[in-house]
Design a protein around this ligand. Structure first.
Ligand SMILES: NC(=O)c1ccc[n+]([C@@H]2O[C@H](COP(=O)([O-])OP(=O)(O)OC[C@H]3O[C@@H](n4cnc5c(N)ncnc54)[C@H](OP(=O)(O)O)[C@@H]3O)[C@@H](O)[C@H]2O)c1
Length: 326
């Protein structure tokens, strides 16, 4: 089959369309002819040799896909050749064919194109896990979502709105309108404003109940300042570094703060199955009705994968960058 290969880890010029062995569906797996996949920051890291592939996963890039069932593995039930299907992958989405365990495969809602469906799994499941399972967000609470216009951010805003939270985001100025349209009450330009000051004013000095963070070290002290009593901080990435020079733990005690860090990719299949099911139970209807939807920044043919990676690396995207597998 054809697939996007990384010739040697490095910049986007190392991405080439080439040949790779077609995967075979194991027991309880579906073989899918991929029509679309979508970019994630992890792809950029893996391409550069900075993200080791989890054991047993395809070495190809691509953490999600949408397509059509080509073959049904033994032990599968409820799936037929020709069904439209989408879901999370541990790797292997940048290819003509991918295999997916039937329990995490989801039927594509009728209203969604392949490109729209491919833009859903990674960011919505990550946002759902962060807001609901880890962050325990409740109606009426205040949440601060950093990188509000990112793929995960745009999914998180929509889920938080459905939950009934008051939503504040940080994002660069040109991306504020999108965040507000999706349901944020206010957007803070982190490049020109002090987000700690703004959050304290916006919450009448109470602080927020939950923060979804992607920056890590560079934001840790500021995030702790923004949290209210019993506040939760869910860290999903380290775009601002991993090492903290100094931290006064007394504030954590005074505010009874919970710190959590998580990655989705290296979770067990059983965890991903349970997460997918819980997301569908809680938000499947909203998704089917279009109340929550993938926000697509741009769609590239996969022959332009280098351009797509460049756009993400330059922080130009608002929402998801999708690749059409043609
Ligand atoms: N832990 C997990 O399970 C998990 C799962 C999925 C993704 N992630 C991580 O979550 C992050 C977001 O992923 P994504 O795919 O949604 O990313 P994305 O769509 O590429 O968006 C990232 C955005 O973050 C903002 N940003 C970048 N550097 C920044 C900085 N130094 N300070 C403040 N904001 C900055 C930029 O927007 P502005 O223009 O607003 O600055 C950028 O567009 C990535 O780091 C990804 O690896 C983690």
């Amino acid at each position: 089959m054809r697939a996007v290969l990384v010739e040697n880890p490095g910049d986007e010029s190392r991405l080439v369309l080439g040949e790779f062995d077609t995967p075979h569906p194991a027991e309880n797996e579906l073989l899918v002819r991929v029509h679309a996949t979508a970019l994630n920051r992890a792809d950029l890291l893996q391409r550069s040799g900075k993200y080791p592939v989890p054991k047993g996963a395809s070495p190809l890039l691509g953490l999600e896909m949408a397509g059509v069932v080509e073959e049904v593995g033994s032990g599968c039930s409820g799936w037929s050749v020709g069904d439209r299907v989408f879901g999370l992958l541990p790797g292997g989405g940048y290819a003509e064919f991918a295999t997916i365990p039937q329990e995490i495969a989801m039927p594509i809602p009728e209203a969604f194109s392949f490109e729209e469906a491919a833009a859903i799994p990674e960011v919505f499941l990550t946002a759902y896990q962060a807001l609901v399972w880890l962050g325990e967000l409740k109606e009426g609470e205040d949440i601060l979502i950093h990188a509000g216009a990112s793929g995960v951010g745009t999914a998180a805003i929509q889920l938080a709105k459905e939950i009934g939270a008051r939503i504040w985001v940080t994002a660069s100025k040109p991306k504020h309108k999108l965040c507000i349209t999706l349901g944020a009450q206010g957007a803070i330009d982190y490049k020109s404003e002090d987000f700690v000051e703004r959050i304290n004013t916006l919450t009448q000095e109470k602080g927020v109940n939950l923060i979804i963070d992607f920056l890590g070290a560079s934001y840790l002290s500021k995030n702790i300042e923004c949290l209210g009593l019993d506040g939760r901080l869910v860290m999903l990435a380290l775009m601002g570094g991993a090492r903290v020079d100094s931290l006064n733990l007394a504030t954590l005690f005074r505010k009874r703060i919970h710190l959590k860090a998580s990655t989705l990719r290296n979770r067990s299949l059983a965890y991903k199955v349970a997460l997918t099911k819980a997301f569908n139970d809680d938000f499947g209807t909203s998704l089917g009705k279009g109340l929550i939807k993938p926000i697509i920044d741009s769609i590239y043919d996969w022959s332009e994968v280098a351009k797509a990676h460049n756009r993400m690396a330059a922080n130009l995207n608002a929402g998801k960058i999708v690749l059409k597998v043609t």
